[in-house]
Design a protein around this ligand. Structure first.
Ligand code: NAD
Length: 469
């Protein structure tokens, strides 16, 4: 078996040969990736069930179909994204060809997490292939069944010279990161992101960080509370709360909380029955370690469990749980929960809620539930987050035309659709000049004079160019 550096060298040789440059090569690989997903849907669903007890319904929606949709969208559009983009010119450059050329970066590394172990590797991979890169894919060892399936399938379908899967945990990934890459695309926790940045600094490698954080859900003003409760419960407990864009905590007035609680109870009973542990539509916590972390977090909370709270270690089960009377300094508010526990905090006013959100790191997603557009707009204007969605959760990330990514501590860079293609491309600034207009161009040469300077300022002014070009 090749060592990690032999694999990277093989990919670099292929990239240098120019094989990934033609549009047709990229199209063929994207089409083969589509076949890989479609031909092996059953195996993929089984692996996801093994790893997370992921219900087939959720796995199709959030793993299989999201990748297929990304592929359809990219295959239909990437040829136009590859075209040179002509830009505005000044008078001094009006006879030149001035354009941006999207070029592949080279050999890139995609490191994935375990919560959506297929989607979060394959969607970036689509962007990387479309942009013409060679790619090393590093699945999460925690979702072992999907990790193993991806390692088996990728070489069967994609060019082995250009794309490779390297498996392993922290130690193997740290060793892998000693190789030179042209971009590292990392999805995972903020803690590991710091190690990734350190490793990247050695080769000055650009890094995309798709991280997490605490995504607030602010319920305020007039609200259709029954629908709000159903949408909130779905977004929170989908994949047992192990979604980077899951609502992490709810903010609302005491009156809204009192109305929300019975509606949430009813929604959860409708979704998962009175015995959620027997319900096949609820995923499990990915590992005993993650189960223990969540139960410890719940144990340290001073809040009051009003829904759920039951658990079973052997089954890695935690019931959909709602906790009230949670203070801002509660254990549940100190880190991303990333599990089926929903704390509800009350605030006195819209402003107080916004202040609380802004005291924390900028989240990956921010949700506002309100019938009042002034409430939605105020929160939108006075906060910052990677994405924003009103009156629902998670749904905004299913559109490949919207960039997906964080801001500040929730991540750097974005992808999905064209944004993924851009993330894996270098935008090369090109100016192709001829020999004409040398009198005009000669204005810049010494000996300098005030007269030359004023002509030069006119011919290079963007004010002139805006009206002329
Ligand atoms: P993680 O950081 O533990 O692991 C992610 C990847 O990093 C895995 O492939 C793992 O093998 C590798 N890794 C682990 N330790 C490493 C080390 N020391 N050096 C190099 N690589 C190492 O993250 P996770 O637990 O798999 O994922 C959970 C986190 O990811 C949450 O914070 C969640 O919000 C975030 N997340 C973000 C997104 C997003 O799109 N923004 C999506 C899913 C998850």
């Amino acid at each position: 078996m090749d060592t990690q550096s032999q694999v990277v060298d093989r990919l670099r040789t292929a990239f240098s040969s120019g094989i990934t440059i033609p549009e047709q090569f990229r199209r063929t690989q994207l089409t083969k990736l589509m076949s890989m997903i479609k031909d092996n849907e059953e195996e993929i669903l089984n692996a996801l069930h093994k790893d997370l007890a992921k219900p087939k319904f959720e796995a199709i929606l959030s793993e299989v179909d999201i990748v297929i949709n990304e592929l359809h969208y990219t295959i239909a559009n990437f040829a136009s994204w590859m075209k040179p983009e002509y830009v505005n010119k000044t008078l001094a450059t009006r006879l030149d060809d001035c354009f941006i050329r999207r070029e592949p970066l080279g050999v890139v590394l995609i490191i994935g997490p375990w919560n959506y172990p297929l989607q979060l590797l394959m969607v970036p991979l689509v962007g990387a292939i479309a942009a013409g890169n060679c790619v090393v894919i590093k699945p999460s060892e925690v979702s072992a069944a999907t990790d193993s399936l991806i390692a088996e399938l990728i070489p069967k379908y994609l060019s082995q010279d250009c794309y490779a899967v390297i498996r392993g945990g922290a130690e193997e990934t740290e060793a892998l990161l000693q190789n030179r890459f042209d971009r590292i695309f990392y999805t995972g926790s903020q803690t590991v992101a710091r190690s990734i940045l350190q490793a990247a600094s050695v080769h000055l490698t650009p890094v995309t960080l798709e991280l997490g954080g605490k995504c607030p859900c602010f319920i305020y003003g007039r609200v259709n509370i029954e629908v709000a409760a159903r949408r909130l419960a779905w977004a929170k407990f989908f994949n047992a709360g192990q979604s980077c864009v899951a609502p992490d905590y709810v903010l609302c007035s005491p009156a809204a909380r009192d109305a929300l609680l019975p509606a949430l109870r009813e929604a959860l009973e409708d979704f998962y029955s009175k015995e959620p542990q027997t319900c096949p539509d609820l995923s499990r916590i990915v590992s005993p370690r993650h189960w223990t972390r969540l139960m410890d977090l719940l144990g340290r909370s001073s809040g009051k469990v009003v829904v759920g709270g039951e658990s079973n270690q052997e089954d890695k089960y935690i019931a959909p749980t709602v906790v009230v009377d949670v203070a801002e300094d509660d254990a549940l508010m100190q880190e991303e929960i990333f599990g089926p526990i929903l704390p509800i905090l009350t605030v006195e006013s819209l402003e107080k809620g916004i202040e609380l959100i802004n005291r924390k790191e900028k989240p990956l997603a921010l949700y506002v539930f309100s019938d009042e557009s002034s409430v939605v707009n105020t929160v939108l204007e006075k906060t910052s987050s990677g994405g924003f969605c009103s009156n629902d959760g998670i749904i905004h990330m299913t559109l490949p035309s919207l960039p997906f990514g964080g801001v500040g501590a929730s991540g750097w860079g974005s992808y999905h659709g064209r944004w993924g293609f851009e993330e894996f491309s270098h935008r090369r600034a090109c100016m192709l000049r001829g020999w004409a207009l040398e009198r005009l161009n000669g204005l810049r040469y010494p000996p300098y004079s005030d007269n030359k300077l004023s002509w030069l300022r006119w011919t290079t002014s963007t004010k002139t160019s805006c009206s002329l070009m």
